[in-house]
Design a protein around this ligand. Structure first.
Ligand SMILES: Cc1cc2nc3c(=O)[nH]c(=O)nc-3n(C[C@H](O)[C@H](O)[C@H](O)COP(=O)(O)OP(=O)(O)OC[C@H]3O[C@@H](n4cnc5c(N)ncnc54)[C@H](O)[C@@H]3O)c2cc1C
Length: 522
């Protein structure tokens, strides 16, 4: 297995493989990791996925919790607010963390799992023989040594300018956001009086100014305005000019740590897989930075593909499981492109009147929709996942949905039960006596190496006496999982999305789903 690119996508994929015992090489053409940051946001769903991999706490140690995105429209008395604090997640905030720190945490975990990034190693070319065998040319720097490798699988996590995508001659469809310019600076600010735990967007007809506190001494200052606006450069004076326009001299810039000018696109590849090669992260899609979702979507791609590749390469699932990566993640990329474009039209539609943009931000449903998409908890794979083949779906929570978290007791939540590498079978039962025990035995006998079974039962009733059943306090679990008026079984995939939810009337729906997912390995 060869992963090309050791950015957040490649490192996450390496972790997802490594923790399932699948070894891989991760190569990167850079001589060493970058010390500067592009992304500064980790959203709730990404943190939930990191929690499943056992590493969420390490990000929390290094980040600041930001509870809202505040849109300060010029002339408006109050900001329009995207408030994440009520999000139904253990992480009701955006974690502000520098991308180089995120990448370092990921690489540390990768190395704990036995894989070190091979720096100075560039993929130059890639071809596939008539027998389907891949052949890749790597060049090691500074020696210039060439190496031909023949991986069984190759994953392009090599960013917007992907060599893998170019070698496969796959187009990157879409276009650039033109007529505007983007620049940013990480810099200490004096006199900035607004809260450190919010991301502040100052929006005028001509310009967006974003200011937020970063961990450490710096703020991120990002400016977007119309192309050709004077002061397009990254010079401190050019940034100070924009700050003065908003704060009339009360906020001043210190010594910048770094500054950059960048371009933005909205693009997606028509396919994510070609035979034994995949494209993941920025190599497959990119979009407006509105809402700070780019890296998060990339990491979520890697979580989607990692467990599937691990199962298939271990011979525990058929190759068709890998087709679901594109079926599930490409529509998400398109939704991210659309969602960020809608936000972009509010915060970066330079030249459009502020009143029109305020009206857009007040559209019914805008706030909830934006919070659910930016946080990532609102994305689902309902259209791609059919549930139990041959069995009707239950209304409500269904195959493809994110398994919502629920309180089970004073020190236990449902998401705690998902912190392992396997599928999770939840049996929510109140009064089945030995039936739950028989189910556990049957399923464990047949699928035990790929599945962990948990029986969850209310404090009253026979099921609580089933072997190993967890007694659940309160009714949040039964309410969220639709088990208030009958027993339910839920199969949750290793990435925390539901594979099926059915009434607990027999084993057939479950066996049909497991067979569909896991039993086609040749
Ligand atoms: C200014 C800016 C601000 C951003 N802010 C945010 C934000 O706030 N929130 C957010 O979620 N996202 C943000 N993003 C987006 C985010 O940075 C990217 O989505 C993310 O870095 C993509 O990760 P990746 O691993 O797919 O690609 P990359 O991070 O680009 O990593 C690709 C890696 O592949 C390596 N590589 C490339 N070609 C080869 C080759 N031929 N051989 C070997 N190695 C190769 C590169 O050296 C690189 O290390 C921002 C982007 C920019 C530009």
């Amino acid at each position: 297995m060869l992963i090309v690119g050791a950015g957040p996508t490649g490192s996450t994929l390496g972790i997802e493989l490594g923790r399932r015992g699948v070894s891989c090489r991760v190569v990167d053409r850079l001589a060493a990791p970058v010390a500067t940051s592009r992304s500064f946001t980790l959203h709730a769903r990404t943190l939930e996925l990191f929690e499943m991999a056992g590493i969420a706490g390490r990000f929390l140690e290094h980040g600041l919790r930001s509870v809202s995105m505040d849109y300060h429209f010029k002339g408006a008395s109050e900001p329009a607010r995207l408030d994440f604090s009520k999000l139904h997640s253990r992480y009701p905030f955006t974690l502000i963390i520098n991308q180089n720190v995120t990448e370092q945490v990921l690489r540390d975990q990768l190395s704990t799992l036995g894989t070190s990034v091979e720096w100075g190693t560039e993929l130059k070319s890639l071809c596939q023989g008539p027998d389907g065998q891949l052949s890749a040319l790597l060049v090691h720097q500074p020696s210039g040594r060439e190496e031909i490798v023949r991986p069984k699988w190759l994953v392009g996590c090599d960013g917007v300018q992907s060599t893998v995508r170019a070698q496969l001659d796959i187009p990157y469809e879409g276009d650039e956001y033109t007529g505007m310019q983007m620049r940013m600076m990480d810099v200490p600010l004096q006199g900035f009086a607004l809260e450190d735990d919010r991301i502040h967007y100052f929006i005028s007809k001509e310009r967006l100014l974003l200011v937020t506190k970063l961990p450490g001494t710096n703020h991120r200052v990002l400016i977007s305005d119309m192309e050709g606006t004077p002061a397009t450069q990254t010079a401190r004076s050019a940034f100070q000019y924009v700050l003065d326009e908003h704060f009339h001299g009360s906020v001043s810039l210190g010594e910048p740590e770094w500054a950059t000018v960048f371009r933005i696109w909205k693009r997606v590849t028509p396919r994510y897989r070609q035979s034994k090669v995949f494209m993941v992260g920025d190599a497959a899609h990119c979009h407006s930075p509105a809402g700070g979702q780019g890296m998060n979507a990339c990491i979520q791609d890697a979580f989607n593909l990692g467990w599937k590749l691990a199962l298939v390469s271990a011979g525990e699932a058929g190759e068709s499981l890998l087709d679901t990566y594109e079926q599930e993640r490409r529509p998400i990329a398109q939704q991210v492109i659309e969602g960020t474009h809608a936000l972009h039209s509010i915060i970066m539609a330079h030249g459009r009147s502020v009143e029109e943009r305020i009206a857009l931000s007040r559209d019914p449903g805008f706030t909830q929709q934006a919070i659910s998409k930016i946080s990532g908890v609102g994305y689902h794979y309902r259209e791609a996942l059919m549930g139990a083949p041959g069995f009707p779906r239950l209304a409500g929570l269904t195959a493809g949905d994110r398994a919502p978290d629920a309180r089970l007791g004073p020190n236990l939540r449902l998401h705690d039960l998902l912190q392992h590498e396997l599928y999770t079978l939840l049996v929510l039962t109140s009064n089945t006596g030995g039936t739950a025990d028989r189910l556990v035995t049957d399923v464990t006998d047949r699928f035990g190496t790929r599945l962990r079974v948990t029986v969850l039962a209310p404090a009253h009733g026979n099921a609580a006496r089933s072997t190993g059943a967890i007694t659940v306090e309160g009714d949040e679990l039964r309410r969220l999982y639709g088990a208030a008026d009958g027993d339910v079984i839920c199969l949750i995939r290793p990435d925390g999305y539901l594979a099926m939810r059915n009434r607990f009337t027999g084993l057939q729906p479950l066996l049909a789903t497991l067979t569909e997912h896991l039993s086609e390995a040749s």
